[in-house]
Design a protein around this ligand. Structure first.
Ligand SMILES: Cc1cc2nc3c(=O)[nH]c(=O)nc-3n(C[C@H](O)[C@H](O)[C@H](O)COP(=O)(O)OP(=O)(O)OC[C@H]3O[C@@H](n4cnc5c(N)ncnc54)[C@H](O)[C@@H]3O)c2cc1C
Length: 384
């Protein structure tokens, strides 16, 4: 694996650095988990898109720069190093867009991708249900055939940003027969729907910090036209799974995020560290090593992906690694800050609360460990 940057990559990095230096807001935007913060982040997405920085790896005709995965990784490093705002469009850009690029029609791509890139349409992921999280194939929300489309009914939950988002994508049961036959992964269909359509009720889920963006969705015969089915009816599981590997393994948490946090941690050690506390100093060093190791591991995954390989079960290794690294970075920072860190509404304290969810979302770490044990290591199935 040759990690020497190409001339194109260097140019993209330099251009991104200069643009970010001139445009990143001086003060942090309000939290995107609130109505005010959501609007501010949407405006930031529009600003990024106007300069074609919102989706650098997409084809130019949809608002991107045709960058390869290494160009995207370089951009992400610059983005986080510049302290730029969190991405409100993340679910759409990292989960729905790759699915549409691989399985959608040209009509769907041309209609959905440009407004997604500009933050005009923000997407929520509607996969989880109250009884279907880790065992997602046991979902019961259904789509029933009607003239020119489908009627969706059921309940989805844990939908990030859904309280303020515009549209959602999810999987629905269109054929109940495979469930009775012990094959619940069959008979599912991948659909896009409008969160403001008649029949949709969006109810925020109370969070510890009281911010209202996280939501559950209640669907009562919500009409979806045939044009919003992705792939063929019945293919929903395969289509949905083709994106999750990339999410866990590459796109959801790029190394730039952890490299920037590790740099901040080193700066924190310089101002708050006690030279006599070698245990804490070692944890700072370990966090830096973790962030750099993750960068190399990601480069290896990117090389394989660029050569056309599926990331497959290897994505589970990455997911467990980044979620543990995020926790370690934040716990070390809070230990460095002492009680002051918990009391102040600092970026470290907020980041710590979010890092606690890392082992849960994008598939829990217990499930990822099962995948690693069974599919990568060939160990026998555990008792469940
Ligand atoms: C911050 C956050 C954001 C999220 N955003 C979204 C979103 O935008 N859209 C969306 O659809 N979902 C979202 N989720 C939901 C997330 O994907 C689920 O929480 C996750 O898949 C786990 O499902 P569950 O909560 O139903 O837990 P369960 O599946 O009930 O699991 C409970 C516990 O049991 C363990 N467990 C379950 N089965 C097994 C097994 N076979 N072997 C070993 N252990 C097992 C799990 O690992 C976990 O520790 C989000 C979750 C969080 C925390």
């Amino acid at each position: 694996m040759d990690l020497t940057p190409t001339a194109d990559e260097e140019r993209l990095r330099a251009e991104a650095r200069a643009w970010l230096r001139a445009h990143v807001p001086a003060a942090p935007l309000p939290s995107l988990e609130t109505a005010e913060g959501f609007a501010a982040h949407r405006a930031w997405e529009a600003e990024l898109a106007a300069a074609r920085w919102s989706v650098v790896s997409w084809p130019e005709r949809y608002g991107g720069r045709d960058a390869d995965v290494f160009g995207w990784l370089a951009f992400e490093e610059e983005y986080y190093a510049a302290g730029a705002p969190g991405r409100v469009s993340q679910n759409g850009i990292h989960l729905l867009a790759p699915t549409l690029l691989a399985h959608g029609t040209e009509e769907q791509r041309a209609r959905v991708l440009p407004p997604m890139a500009a933050g005009e349409t923000v997407w929520a992921q509607a996969w989880s249900e109250p009884e279907a999280g880790s065992d997602l194939a046991s979902l019961t929300s259904r789509a029933v055939r009607t003239d020119g489309g489908w009627l969706l009914s059921g309940q989805k939950t844990w939908s990030s940003r859904a309280a303020f988002a515009d549209r959602a994508f999810g999987i629905f049961r269109t054929d109940p027969a495979p469930v009775a036959g012990g094959r619940p992964h069959r008979g599912l269909t991948y659909l896009m729907f409008d969160l403001r359509a008649p029949g949709v009720t969006v109810r925020p889920i109370g969070r510890l910090d009281g911010k209202p963006a996280f939501a559950e969705l209640f669907l009562d015969e919500v009409f979806v036209p045939d044009a919003d089915v992705i792939g063929e009816p019945g293919q929903g599981w395969e289509i949905a799974m083709s994106a999750t590997g990339d999410e866990r393994g590459l796109t959801l948490r790029s190394p730039g995020r952890f490299l920037a946090a590790a740099d901040r941690l080193v700066r924190l050690w310089r101002t708050h560290g006690d030279p006599a506390d070698s245990a804490l100093r070692d944890r700072v060093a370990d966090a830096v090593i973790g962030a750099r190791a993750y960068r190399l591991f990601t480069a290896a995954a990117a090389s394989r992906s660029a050569a056309g390989a599926e990331l497959g079960a290897g994505s589970s290794l990455t997911k467990v690694f980044w979620s543990r690294l995020d926790l370690a970075l934040h716990e070390t920072a809070l230990d460095l800050l002492g009680p002051e860190g918990e009391l102040a509404d600092s970026a470290w304290a907020e980041g710590h609360v979010f890092s606690l969810a890392g082992p849960i979302y994008a598939g829990t770490n217990e499930i990822q460990r099962d995948i690693i044990a069974e599919r990568l290591l060939g160990l026998p199935k555990g008792r469940r």
